[in-house]
Design a protein around this ligand. Sequence first.
Ligand SMILES: Cc1ncc(COP(=O)(O)O)c(C=O)c1O
Length: 411
Amino acid sequence: MATINDNYLKLKAGYLFPEIARRVNAFAQANPDAKIIKLGIGDVTEPLPEACRTAMIKAVEEMGDRATFQGYGPEQGYAWLREKIAAQDFQARGCEVDASEIFISDGSKCDTGNILDIFGNDNIIAVTDPVYPVYVDTNVMAGNTGAANDKGEFEGLVYLPITAENNFTAEIPSQKVDLIYLCFPNNPTGAVATKEHLKAWVDYARANGSIIFFDAAYEAYITDPEIPHSIYEIEGARECAIEFRSFSKNAGFTGTRCALTVVPKNLTAKAADGSDVELWKLWNRRQSTKFNGVSYIVQRGAEAVYSEEGKAQIKELVNFYLENAKIICKKLTDAGLGVFGGENAPYVWVKTPHALSSWDFFDKLLHTCNVVGTPGSGFGAAGEGYFRISAFNSRENVEEAMKRITDRFRS
Ligand SMILES: Cc1ncc(COP(=O)(O)O)c(C=O)c1O
């Protein structure tokens, strides 16, 4: 008799977004004339930059000619893309990252989940609360947790609360943890980490033999020149950190799919016999075995991000969403709401008014303004009393949604 991976039964059944969809659908059915504006899910809305499209069209043509046709590419990604990433995203910022340490993939979601393949099941794992849910669920699937309690917290994980009191940056844990997920700029709070904060994490990780998983999916949104874009800007990070990056939010590749993971060659963790093993070798083995690379066409599109036109177009795209975020922050502040994030990130984290719960505020916004956001409690227990509003939408929708909210909530 075939059996299943029972760990899947511990999952909280994809509670957040299906529940949002259920409530929105019920409201839409009862109010067919309501013009609902969705500022909930973090998907981009604006078209792909022209430089990327042009490069992909050319690549499609190459695939149609026997002389330039490409079959399987390197599992790690083409050298011409990895070299540009190494030079422009890392070396230009003083980070010692070599092209051979970069692995091209079809998404940071997959990579942040798949990375667990090369780690043992006996690690103590820390996540922030609130958190990008993929980090938690992939650990549940991998059998790294026990069951969830009433608050949705899984036994065996160390939850590090991020709140207004700590500027939405977790305190360094007093206990020893082995794997730590950090995401800056943060989803869902929009917070960023200073060099000092990241240095404290790097020092902690080096002192404890821990590995930091640094998710920089939103690094393009950093506007403050003092804020690091990469963990490798911090001295010693090569000895303790793996970094994840994505083309989803800077170049609008959410539907095109391309991302990258950096595994420094000197980075090690312990084998059962106590010996040090290079993680680069394990990840290279894992990717070569379970992954066959990102399509040539898509990698050519990603390469165009590093051309002069590509850089200008991406800047424009990111600035467009940042302007949306600025409008959201201003209008919600004018309406008397407590607002965080949104300056170096496409997410605005809102304190719910009148001590409303996250879901009560969700219902109120939906019913009175026909605007959809994401309840903070869906990202973790410490997100209760908060609400995430995404800047990924058209200007028209953002302005209309903010007008409805300010009209309704102006104190
Ligand atoms: C923090 C974070 N990491 C990773 C991802 C997923 O990136 P990708 O589209 O490359 O899979 C997201 C998407 O919303 C995200 O918020």
